[in-house]
Write a protein that binds this ligand. Structure first.
Ligand code: UD1
Ligand code: CA
Length: 489
């Protein structure tokens, strides 16, 4: 098992309609684990490093083709014509490679079988090449084989496949089914397909007929029987898609645990296969990790946190947070109830606390935005403390502007930064300051007018109210009436 297997081609069948999905979206574009079904199929096909990767399309052709091109720009497209059947689909796939000499192994897989792994596909190719087979089919034993093609055997040898609709009673009793995934010798495949007719119960050109034709030519045909049903399971409706998605997640979460992540509650933890988790990370219940999210060693995520394309540094803590496109550096603390939008970068040991929304903001090391605020289009230096309820007013109704805050800055509660504005290093702001002008290093910015107390205002303007009564009582206790002459209003 040392020779690297490089099949001549993998042909992914993706021309079918998938009507049971009840959707305007083509079936194979529905997603599980953050990737479309066809995306999973292309990933597995690509992983065995074929010389050519071909997807056969027909139903909603342009939409499917655009999606495939976006997912794998080296994949070739083949259009299936009006002749129906898996055999015709493969024939169209081969026609798309007409300019190339195909020798060796051609693998066929389905666009709607998303859990097939490169490892199992590689096993199939090894078996095929090791035995010098003409055809090797991936099969499985199932309790309910209805609808599937059945594997016909003579001892160890496979002599053919009969479709459910064409099978007799005794054939229908066979529980070994055809997964639809095969390795073929390229020349045998092309030659046999030319002989396949559409004379069967469905009037389709069956790929399965290639097996008996190959045997008739003297070729060897055998099967790799997988114990792992999920890997050959297709999704035809949303119930099956959900089941496959849950199983994919179960496998992904289990793999993460085996690689050193503590997961408290796998049942409420959703991790996409594209996510990377380093050793000694912890994922608390109710957490979803999507896309290119990367969690470094020692970080604790959750509970109830959703991160998409977020990079979390070593030892960081992210609690009850919704984040995307953000970077949290080592030791950073985020949450609870925090909304990190794209472009947020929190420096080492920094903090973005409760009820904060951030967007396109770079926060320097050890700086803190602890409570209740909005920071957008801003840059904050190191060791600064942004007070409770601070807001960057970054939008003038037409354009966005930047707020630049230096290092060792202390801003008081409810400061509003009317961007564009800059605060130098070591600057302070007073409570409620509306900062419209730049603040020099070390200056205190105050913008609020002197406080005036209008004595007795409540008694005069809200007579008989509970506030007026309370004020009166307080006045009696203090020896005041609480209703003396006041300044004008
Ligand atoms: C096929 C097999 C059957 C096997 C089953 C496994 C044949 C004749 N039968 O059944 O033995 O047990 O798969 O699921 O091959 N497709 C095309 N073009 C077509 C028809 C199908 O691209 O003209 C694609 C579909 O998009 C799908 C795959 O081929 O990805 C299988 O098609 P489907 O109709 O589900 O399979 P069957 O032919 O019923
Ligand atoms: Ca079918």
């Amino acid at each position: 098992m040392t020779t690297p297997v490089r099949p001549a081609a993998v042909i992914v069948l993706a021309a079918g309609a998938g009507t049971r999905m009840k959707s305007s979206v083509p079936k194979i574009l529905h997603t599980l684990g953050g990737t479309s079904m066809i995306g999973h199929a292309l990933n597995t096909a690509r992983a065995v490093e074929p010389e050519h990767l071909v997807a056969v399309v027909r139903h909603q052709r342009d939409r499917v083709a655009a999606h495939i091109a976006q997912h794998d720009d080296a994949a070739k497209l083949a259009d299936q014509d009006e002749i129906p059947g898996t055999g015709r689909a493969v024939e169209c796939g081969l026609e798309a490679l007409a300019g190339h000499t195909l020798t060796g192994t051609v693998v066929v897989t389905y666009g709607d079988v998303p859990l097939l792994t490169p490892a199992l596909l590689t096993d199939l190719i090894f078996e095929h090449e090791g035995k010098g087979n003409a055809v090797t089919v991936l099969s499985a034993e199932v309790s309910d084989p209805a609808g599937y093609g059945r594997i016909l055997r003579q001892g160890d040898e496979v002599i053919g496949i009969v479709e459910h609709k064409d099978a007799d009673e005794s054939q229908r009793a066979i529980r070994e089914i055809n997964s639809g995934i095969y390795a073929f010798d390229a020349e045998v495949l092309a030659r046999a397909l030319a002989q396949v007719s559409v004379e069967n119960a469905q009037g389709e050109k069956y790929l399965t007929d290639v097996l008996s034709i190959a045997r008739g030519e003297g070729g060897r045909v055998s099967a790799v029987v997988t114990e792992d049903r999920w890997q050959v399971e297709g999704a035809n409706d949303r119930v099956q898609l959900q089941a496959l998605g849950a199983e994919l997640n179960r496998r992904t979460v289990e793999a993460a645990m085996r690689a050193g992540t503590t997961v408290i509650d796998p049942a409420t933890t959703w991790i996409e296969p594209t996510v990377a988790l380093e050793q000694d990370t912890t994922v608390l219940p109710g957490t979803q990790l999507h896309g290119a999210t990367h969690i470094a060693e020692g970080a604790v995520i959750g509970p109830d946190t959703t991160l998409t394309d977020v990079t979390v540094g070593p030892g960081a803590q992210v609690t009850r947070t919704h984040g995307s496109g953000a970077v949290i550096e080592a030791g950073g603390k985020v949450g609870p109830f925090t909304y990190l939008r794209p472009g947020t970068v929190l420096g080492e040991d920094g903090k973005i606390g409760a009820f904060y929304e951030t967007k396109n903001v770079q926060v320097g090391a050890r700086s803190k935005l602890s409570h209740l605020g909005y920071a957008g289009d801003a840059e904050i230096g190191e060791d600064s403390n942004i007070g409770c309820g601070n807001i960057t007013a970054n939008y003038d109704g037409e354009n966005k502007h930047r707020t630049v805050i230096g290092s060792h800055v202390r801003t008081s509660s409810s400061t509003v930064f009317v961007a564009p504005v800059e605060l130098g290093d070591g600057a302070y702001t007073g409570a409620g300051a509306i900062v419209r002008k730049d603040v020099q290093p070390g200056a205190l910015a105050i913008s609020v007018a002197q406080q005036r107390n209008l004595e007795g205002w409540v008694g005069r303007r809200r007579p008989g109210s509970s506030s007026a009564r309370a004020a009166e009582q307080a006045g009696q206790q203090d020896g005041h009436t609480g209703n003396t002459e006041g300044a004008g209003e």
